[in-house]
Design a protein around this ligand. Structure first.
Ligand SMILES: [Cu+2]
Length: 150
């Protein structure tokens, strides 16, 4: 017990004063300091790179956009990977719908009967499974589109 306390009181002043360990020259301490600074700079750079790459991921995840204008859905056929999300944006000044074929019963993919999108509004749907999902604007059924998941 007494011995341990003595050892600790021996070590504490050494570390708090920053005196190098036994056998470490002034040159060694200088080198050690430079290595630590370089490591800190590398870690900061790495974290900045990590942040920028996660920003890029966020941007690409917004890329699956179908824009509706008075001409219909653009692109008419959007291709995504399984698990991808499509966003429909209504850039027209009328209400539209996104409903699965066939009109008017919408029975092909009932979970993909998204319903109305107000003028200026948008909605999203995630497609977990491979397939070809045909849809239309129920309020103007000649306007059709396809989501191809492959
Ligand atoms: Cu319909």
């Amino acid at each position: 017990m007494g011995e341990i306390l003595q050892q600790q009181s021996d070590q504490q002043p050494r570390s708090s004063e920053g005196v190098p360990a036994r056998g470490m020259s002034k040159k060694g301490l200088w080198f050690f300091t430079v290595v630590v600074i370089v490591l800190i700079v590398l870690v900061v750079l790495f974290m900045m790179m990590g942040n920028s790459s996660s920003n890029e991921t966020a941007i690409t995840s917004l890329d699956n956009i179908v824009t509706y204008t008075s001409d219909g859905y653009l692109p008419g056929n959007i291709m995504i990977s399984p698990g991808g999300t499509v966003t429909w944006k209504n850039d027209s000044d009328i209400t539209i719908t996104v409903d699965s074929d066939p009109h008017p019963v919408h029975t092909s993919y009932p979970e993909f009967n998204l319903g109305s999108v107000q003028a200026g509004g948008e909605l999203r749907f995630t497609f977990p499974n491979v397939g070809e999902y045909n849809y239309h604007n129920h309020l103007k059924a000649s306007q059709v589109g396809t989501v191809t998941v492959e």
